[in-house]
Ligand binder design. Sequence first.
Ligand SMILES: [Zn+2]
Length: 486
Amino acid sequence: MSPQATEQRPSTPVPVPTPTTLNGHTAPVHANGATKIEKRTRTAASELHLPEHNRINPSPSVYQPRYQDLLSNVDNFAIIESTLREGEQFANAFFDTETKLKIARALDEFGVEYIELVSPAASEQSRLDVVAITQLGLKAKILTHIRCHMDDARLAVETGVDGVDVVIGTSSYLRQFSHGKDMTYIIKTATEVIEFIKSKGLEVRFSTEDSFRSDLVDLLQVYKAMDKIGVDRVGIADTVGCANPRQVYELVRTLRGVVSCDIETHFHNDTGCAIANAYAALEAGATHVDTSVLGIGERNGITPLGGFCARMYVANRDYVLSKYKMEKLRDIENLVAEAVQIQVPFNNYITGYCAFTHKAGIHAKAILNNPSTYEILKPEDFGMTRYVSIGHRLTGWNAVKSRVEQLGLALNDEQVKAITNQIKLLADVKPMGIEEVDVLLAHFHREVSRQGVEGQKREGVLQAAAQAAALLEEQRRSSTDLTPQN
Ligand SMILES: [Zn+2]
């Protein structure tokens, strides 16, 4: 069993230093100016005249669909990162210019294809910040998000952005209680705004707001009209977080049959479906997904960048690692968490304190033999380390043996089993940190060595284990903290 199979870390959550290497995978390949998603010919498998076995996905991955899905874009998508737009709608968010620049640079380094910014019409400082970010010379395309209004569009095209995301509400709620406009008016205004932005040579997206509570006929009518005048993307937005993956799949698939342009999607997380909805959208042929770091946004936010990447990594690891520098995720999350004064949640995707912690003895044993048994994400792909927790009553002797080997202690299996039993007895009273386990193992090793030949016999082993526990107890009493101070 390789000692590298597990890496122990202290039982208290401490940040693990970010490695400077790229874990051996290639740097992200930026489409850089060509982020429009590659068009695919949507031909049914039956029309391809392939022998039956050729229609079966040749990928050995159990996480891939068994049959080729020609509609699916799970390995052909772009991220529109909206921390600096949707994220600014998070309750705690206030990004000063310097913070915005830092976040934009970090997202660009991570490899997102687009960075979406607050409308320049929001405030004078917002406008200046859009201009400042467009002047950073980032590889990512810079977008700004505006209301479907000529005044906003005029401001937006002067900022130097690569593209403009235009939005208007189409649900009966918004039409009745917000802007009060009918569909004819919406299409007329949108056409004017889109054509103006296009005339300036910029990329343009048209999105409805609250799409899932809009009338389907109205929606398709407006998207069709926008596609006809040459919009680059149409957007579907679950503004209220009401949609489920099946509804998303059906709506996107229907839209895919109606428009030829790209399809962007935006999902709020009110009922915990934001990642699943984004995945379902890509499966149905969507091309772009909106995310924000840690999912921050209006109310409880949108699809989180990290969780979305975890989902997509499982679908196609090589594709995700070729596009995004996943080992930079933790730093970006820490940067944003600090800026909005929140903690990264303990159960956060990939970077959460316990994301790669294995506790149950039976899990630990299998993980030590082959990490894939209980891990679908490789911690090293994200600059993270695996942690096998051993100082508790659910522990197993294989996990303890691995720690013994890491510490370079010469103990045989019978001795490891005896000290494991002692750990369980102690942990029945109070769970132990890794430092305490290490102290116990060191005492035990000293005791069996001191006993010499007796320490090899069963009686001697049990005696040494009891003695080690007694020494630890004594140390616990004399010191409240066994953690080395440094
Ligand atoms: Zn939103």
